[in-house]
Design a protein around this ligand. Sequence first.
Ligand SMILES: Cc1cc2nc3c(=O)[nH]c(=O)nc-3n(C[C@H](O)[C@H](O)[C@H](O)COP(=O)(O)OP(=O)(O)OC[C@H]3O[C@@H](n4cnc5c(N)ncnc54)[C@H](O)[C@@H]3O)c2cc1C
Length: 313
Amino acid sequence: MLANADPTPSPIAPAASSSATGSGTGDAVRFSFEVFPPRTDKGEAQFRGTVKRLTALRPSFISVTYGAGGSTRAVTRDIVASLVREAPVPAAAHLTCIGAPRQEVDAIAREYHAMGIRRLVALRGDPPEGPGETYLPHPEGYAYASDLVAGLRRIADFDISVGAYPEVHPQAESAAADLDALKRKMDAGAARAITQFFFDPAVFLRFRDRTRAAGIDRPLVPGLLPISNFDKAREFAGKCGASVPTALANRFAKVTGDAAAVRALALDVACELIDTLLRHGESVFHIYTLNQGQLVEDLCARFGHLPMPQTAN
Ligand SMILES: Cc1cc2nc3c(=O)[nH]c(=O)nc-3n(C[C@H](O)[C@H](O)[C@H](O)COP(=O)(O)OP(=O)(O)OC[C@H]3O[C@@H](n4cnc5c(N)ncnc54)[C@H](O)[C@@H]3O)c2cc1C
């Protein structure tokens, strides 16, 4: 996902009835959620409410992104710290290589460990201008995520997730080189890879085959982006190198301007994707929530995950 994703979503209409699927139920499907730090005080109050809602769904973990260029260091740490203190689900902190010497990154990791955080999502990171800009490693920094994973493993026995790119990372020399890079991250000690979002299940399934053939046997978790705002989703996809199927664009084109219909379609599309992946043996999904509690709540409900009453308010 993008570090500086800001969906500014269109207002969400009340849940509409839908023909959606959602065939897997309860414990058959596990979710983890990704949130990004709010940028304003107003956003902060909203964010807390969103996190409460997400927590009530009892995900495997909630991960908090690290802003582009490492720009949200303090706020990411504070949010993760409050999750550790208050939330009854594990928290994961994203950590990137970019713009900092190794010593500084190591110090953050040690601080996290001292706070009781055992889960990290280790990434190279993108320049603040976005993934299209040239990346230059810090002269004394970790150059790539595989170097960061190795460094983190030297510090403590963290549970480390890394990123993977079913449609190839935009700056990779080739698909084969990108797969090698993923293998290096796993060999360095990552517990799982979470994929960049994709909209066509075949894209994920082909990539899964390639990773298995390359000897990567740790979990490859599909990263899913529920589409609450199609134009924004298409913009993110362009930056991340994710393709948008024409059929999908056509479906959203038919409901343009009808917020309730967009919402129902967003849920249907996400459910269809999950259903297909369930049929192909996947059961664990990472949701790029874009801090949208209601949409994620509705999606999870389709798979039998209802908010736990004690944490829902
Ligand atoms: C699940 C997920 C969460 C994310 N969260 C954040 C976040 O919180 N903050 C943020 O800033 N960004 C985040 N991103 C975006 C990520 O930082 C970018 O996609 C970034 O461009 C690549 O990160 P990486 O860890 O996959 O990099 P790497 O695995 O280091 O790969 C980056 C590029 O370098 C190539 N490469 C790797 N090793 C070598 C080598 N030794 N020699 C030459 N080339 C090499 C790879 O093929 C690839 O093209 C996230 C991405 C994902 C998938």
